[in-house]
Design a protein around this ligand. Sequence first.
Ligand code: ATP
Ligand code: MG
Length: 110
Amino acid sequence: MPRVYAVVNQKGGVGKTTTAINVAANLPELGKTGLIVDMDPQGNTTSGLGVNRSELSRSIYNVIVDAEDINEIIRATAVPGLDILPSHRSLAGAGQLPGCRRVHADPNPV
Ligand SMILES: Nc1ncnc2c1ncn2[C@@H]1O[C@H](COP(=O)(O)OP(=O)(O)OP(=O)(O)O)[C@@H](O)[C@H]1O
Ligand SMILES: [Mg+2]
């Protein structure tokens, strides 16, 4: 049964990307394969796993906005057994497109 882990924190610069890369990069050593999904327009997880962002023609943006086939955009990383769905700075504009809406955290949670 696959497991999904999310590394999320509203605060910036607290080690989310570093944690995601290092946890994912150690999966093969545990005998597991994995897919890391970079949903940050900064794309630091993508570049951190050896994907040259300037050479990326398609990314998670095209999956979300253009409904492109995810299997054609997922690629291998430098870590054997670890694939990535790469991100791109274009993702920052996805929330502005018709049909997309931003989801804001409730500033006054109960
Ligand atoms: N465990 C750690 N010990 C010391 N420094 C760390 C540790 N984890 C991350 N850092 C450093 O902290 C800085 C921020 O880390 P990182 O980019 O992973 O944070 P982030 O939460 O993803 O940031 P952002 O909100 O900008 O996406 C980097 O310079 C990184 O090298
Ligand atoms: Mg980050």
